[in-house]
Ligand binder design. Structure first.
Ligand code: ADP
Ligand code: MG
Length: 254
């Protein structure tokens, strides 16, 4: 009999990382990471500053090369020595950063349309239609013609999310996307991420919002000194941390 797991929805692997290593000069910042991410899974990555969280995400979307190990995204093997493969890869992986990085000279709508027209060769009409749909999804239907500097930080970050989604990424990576926001704007961005999670988007997010991680994620990863130090369901990691390092990290947050 076929094991049930093979037929389970979402059992497809979107990201497969095996023994991934990365050094900057003499310093090894990823010391053998193993991680599988299933379709529709929401994973929160937590850990101290400098533990390698951003570097891991940057390797997954090909912004950073790696030294050893294997990385597959959406079934495609990424070879660390191939810049072409990296560019290819980036089309399947969306990434959102702490800074919103919108193109300041382009309207909100044009920001969302840009990659689909340039990279995917979509027609302007088609791209504009999709952009309107995506902006509606992030609660910004009325901002299509606005310029980025007319928007609040929270609104700009929601545009950045819409812009990522326009490329139909297999997985969306979020690196502390609310850290640069005024506290009163954090909620509106987290609500959009939560909506995406509910809709079945595969999400890998580095976050300091522990309550949010606890509520939304299927799995939490605690990184410590370049390794996955603990991994498990949120109630387990937050409720009964096993290692002194995680206990210490969690108590440092209060
Ligand atoms: P985190 O996101 O968990 O704070 P990072 O992945 O940004 O951690 O960094 C991990 C380590 O790698 C840190 O010691 C950092 O200084 C170092 N590092 C990150 N990027 C570079 C780089 N481009 N060149 C040299 N060292 C880097
Ligand atoms: Mg970081």
């Amino acid at each position: 009999m076929v094991p049930a797991i093979d037929n389970a929805p979402g059992s497809r692997l979107v990201v497969e990382i095996t023994a991934l290593r990365k050094s900057f000069g003499e310093v090894e910042v990823l010391k053998g990471i193993d991680l599988n991410v299933h379709q529709g899974e929401v994973i929160a990555i937590i850990g101290k500053s400098g533990s390698g969280k951003s570097t891991l995400l940057r390797c997954i979307n090909g912004l950073e090369t790696f030294d050893d190990g294997a990385l597959r995204v959406d079934g495609k093997q990424l070879l660390h020595e191939s810049p072409t493969a990296m560019r290819e890869l980036r089309q399947h992986v969306g990434m959102i950063f702490q800074s919103f990085n919108l193109f300041p000279h382009l309207s909100v709508g044009r920001n969302v349309m840009l990659a689909p027209t340039l990279v995917k060769k979509r027609s302007k009409t088609e791209a504009a239609e999709r952009a309107r749909t995506l902006l509606e999804r992030v609660g910004l239907a009325d901002k299509f013609d606005a310029m980025p500097d007319q928007l609040s930080g929270g609104q700009q970050q929601r545009v950045a999310i819409a812009r990522s989604l326009a490329m139909d990424p297999a997985v969306l990576l979020c690196d502390e996307i609310t850290s640069a926001l005024d506290p009163e704007l954090v909620g509106e961005v987290l609500r959009v991420v939560e909506l995406l999670a509910q809709e079945g988007m595969t999400l890998l997010m580095v976050t300091h919002e522990m309550n949010f991680a606890r509520k939304v994620s299927d799995r939490v990863i605690f990184m410590h000194q370049g390794r996955v130090h603990e991994m498990g369901p949120p109630e387990e990691l937050f409720g009964s941390p096993r290692t002194p390092e995680l206990k210490q990290f969690l108590s440092s947050l209060h």
